[in-house]
Design a protein around this ligand. Structure first.
Ligand code: HEM
Length: 246
């Protein structure tokens, strides 16, 4: 990322600290500062609004239920590209905010090979080379980045269909809808991972913190870089203490 974008991101983080604080108590670690949380929830809100209005345009059956929520068919149709644009704008800032920790590494390739063990909770704690984000989270991020570019290009071509050739509009429609289906699948998995599958994760996007235990369980590399302690040793110590306390 260029140094100008990095400087902007650092300045924005600093500015946002004035609008809210993140309290970190003993036994907790700071995961997402106010600026990151603001961007994440703005992206999420405009993504869901785009998805709902998009569904209404896509399917006549869903249209009956969703369009009235947005003031009827023509208004739903008119709002959809604006929700989409706002999603794009907030995601651009989110992209700058997370670009560095989302860089793909050799550890992520190894993580992808163990994805089945991750999904079935086979390992008690993650491998020690899992840093701030794991390979699955990075894959989701880059899928959104690619989809966002496709949405923007194809969306603009369809928005200005009076000046764009019909065959281009037709191809744009297919690409737009395919990108939406991929994003929908990713969104469902993401919400499951961020809530039910990995308890303790959701709070990181609410109050910005996670527990030490959560950090050494899911992101041992990040835990080590913050605390200087070994995740496996702390996990074993905690397990022994719990065993003795029985
Ligand atoms: C509305 C329901 C949603 C919930 C409950 C949710 C929850 C979360 C949580 C808890 C995290 C932090 C994970 C961590 O620190 O390890 C996170 C990260 C993230 N969220 Fe969401 N999110 C939602 C919607 C969305 C939407 C709509 C998008 C984008 C279209 C999105 C994109 C991301 C990305 C790219 C990350 C970082 C990578 C990852 O953790 O997968 N989220 N989300």
């Amino acid at each position: 990322m260029s140094s100008t974008a990095k400087e902007f991101d650092e300045k924005a983080r600093g500015e946002f600290a004035r609008f809210g604080t993140t309290r970190v108590h003993r036994g907790e670690l700071l995961r997402h500062p106010v600026y990151t949380r603001f961007l994440h929830w703005s992206v999420a809100i405009f993504f869901v609004l785009s998805l709902l209005t998009g569904f209404a345009i896509y399917s006549p059956w869903l249209f009956k239920w969703i369009a009235p929520l947005f003031g009827g068919g023509p208004r739903t149709r008119a709002l959809h590209p604006w929700f989409g644009l706002l999603f794009e704008v907030f995601f651009l800032f989110q992209f700058l905010n997370w670009f560095a920790p989302m860089a793909w590494t050799e550890a992520d390739r190894r993580w992808m090979k163990r994805i089945r063990a991750y999904a079935t909770n086979e390992d008690r704690i993650e491998s020690e080379d899992v840093g701030f984000f794991n390979g699955g989270q990075k894959l989701y991020f880059w899928t959104i980045a690619v989809s966002a570019i496709l949405f923007l290009i194809t969306g603009l071509l369809m928005w200005f269909d009076n000046v764009v050739p019909r065959w281009v509009v037709a191809i744009s429609l297919i690409v737009h809808d395919l990108a939406a289906l991929v994003m929908l699948a990713g969104f469902i998995i993401h919400v499951y991972e961020g809530t039910a599958h990995q308890p303790g994760t959701f709070r990181s996007m609410m109050d910005g913190t996670v527990t030490d235990r959560w950090a050494w369980t899911h992101h041992p590399g990040w835990y080590r870089s913050l605390t200087g302690r070994d995740a496996r040793e702390d996990y074993d110590r905690e397990k022994n203490e719990q065993y003795r306390a029985r």
